[in-house]
Design a protein around this ligand. Structure first.
Ligand code: ZN
Length: 158
């Protein structure tokens, strides 16, 4: 496994629409492993392939330690409710913004074995699914944030 470099806001890579994965190759499996390692090393709860410079529709999410979601070609197939909360991004270091997201989200994706699986998440997991899938279409949370948090507000959260 290898830790990958995380692309930061301002890089065009983050604004591109990613291509779907047709076949699970050894390269894709290595990428999934490397993305999980990179996310953990950066203390993140999610990471999308464009954030490591790969324009493919792949995300990893780990909100609860040890509960890893590896989502290939993920699509949101259902959502309900609403939540508003602070959101950050490994590609936008040191900043947080207030973002509205659905409270419950169901995602359909392919797993590393090529099976199509549905996952339903609420609260932070739902927020994370939305945030990471946005990355695959070149969208960042700073585009959706109602406002960015001030340094005082960020410190109050620590
Ligand atoms: Zn992000």
């Amino acid at each position: 496994m290898a830790k990958l470099k995380i692309v930061k806001v301002g890089d065009d890579t983050l604004r591109k629409v990613c291509r779907p994965v047709d076949t699970i190759t050894p390269r894709i499996l290595t990428l999934l492993d490397d993305m999980v390692q990179t996310m953990r090393a950066a203390n993140g709860v999610g990471l999308a392939a464009p954030q490591v410079g790969v324009l493919r529709r792949i995300v990893v999410v780990e909100v609860e330690p040890g509960e890893v979601y590896e989502l290939i070609n993920p699509k949101i197939i259902a959502f309900s409710g609403e939540q508003e909360g602070a959101e950050g991004c490994l590609s936008v270091p040191g900043q947080w913004g207030l973002v509205k997201r659905p409270m419950h989200v169901t995602v359909r994706a392919m797993n590393r074995h090529g099976q199509i699986v549905d996952y339903t998440g609420s609260e932070l997991l739902a927020r994370c699914f939305c945030h990471e899938i946005d990355h695959l279409d070149g969208k960042l949370y700073i585009d959706r944030a109602e406002r960015m948090l001030t340094e005082d507000e960020i410190e109050a959260d620590d």
